[in-house]
Write a protein that binds this ligand. Structure first.
Ligand SMILES: Cc1ncc(COP(=O)(O)O)c(C=O)c1O
Length: 268
């Protein structure tokens, strides 16, 4: 597993602010032959995150080079991390920031094919997402809510857990975005208060637009999922997984996830 720190097989400074405070961002990408799928969108989200956190904006060519260096071979995963770099104690950002870029390559995960063909089981998590519009949508390094939520179950048959915000609205999975077909309309939770605006969520919306299909972004109550006629979750690695069961209740199979996955296979 090659890990590059600022372009070299080096070590991370223990005083890196990414480690001290979660002061940074990350992207997890599906990579083939050194090229990330939807690379432009991943880098755009990273840049938007850097702008919001007032971090130096990463050079796009440099990032593409790091991705290729971290996983030059066949199908794999690259995780890019961009932090405010090493600094002394105290929250105040240093005047002269030397950002840290970490690029780590990983083998492609061995998920069972049935996750796409038969669908996956989901549960609801007790851990809630706090609302903060300044951090909503971007993929910052503070993921303690997801860590706590993911620690709530170890039943291998449950693939993902859904998380609500402090008002009880459904926001997303611990590591995925959510879509549901409700009253004939494709709905995905609005992410203006919390949650990560996923690249695969964006890809699904782009695919839907190509097919003149509307996706509505709005608040979603857990009860609405009980009558949904299709539910699926998305992320940059899995594409879309149809949901066959939510909290022990069977969910009907619908056409969108499979159609989207077929289109996605042509995008690599
Ligand atoms: C909390 C959270 N939401 C959504 C997503 C999906 O984002 P993407 O489609 O960019 O992988 C992820 C991915 O890891 C995530 O961690």
């Amino acid at each position: 597993m090659p890990i590059l720190v600022n372009g070299r097989a080096g070590r991370l400074d223990p005083l890196d602010r990414g480690l001290q405070y979660g002061d940074g961002l990350f992207e997890t990408m599906a990579v083939r032959d050194g090229r990330a799928r939807f690379a432009e969108w991943h880098l755009a989200r990273l840049t938007e995150g850097a702008r919001r956190l007032a971090l130096p904006l990463p050079d796009q060519e440099m990032l593409l080079g790091q991705i290729a260096a971290a996983w030059p071979g066949g199908r794999g995963v690259v995780k890019l991390i961009w932090t405010r770099g090493a600094a002394g104690r105290g929250y105040r950002p240093p005047a002269n920031v030397e950002p840290t870029c970490i690029a780590a390559g990983f083998e492609w995960p061995a998920w069972p094919e049935s996750a796409w063909s038969a669908g996956v089981r989901l549960r609801f998590c007790r851990t809630r997402l706090g609302r903060n519009p300044v951090l909503a949508g971007i993929k910052h390094l503070n993921r303690l809510e997801q860590v706590l939520a993911r620690a709530e179950w170890d039943d291998e048959r449950i693939a993902e857990g859904l998380m609500l915000d402090d008002r009880g609205q459904v926001i997303s999975g611990t590591q995925s975005n959510l879509f549901a077909v409700s009253a004939g309309q494709i709905v995905t939770p609005a992410l203006d208060q919390c949650g990560v605006a996923g690249i695969m969520r964006r890809a699904f919306c782009a695919w839907a637009a190509l097919h003149a299909t509307t996706v509505v972004e709005r608040s979603l109550r857990p009860r609405e999922l009980e009558t949904a006629t299709e539910i699926f979750v998305t992320n940059a690695l899995i594409g879309a997984w149809p949901v066959r069961e939510l909290a022990g209740r069977e969910v009907p199979a619908g056409p969108h996830a499979a159609k989207f996955n077929s289109w996605l296979a042509t995008q690599e």
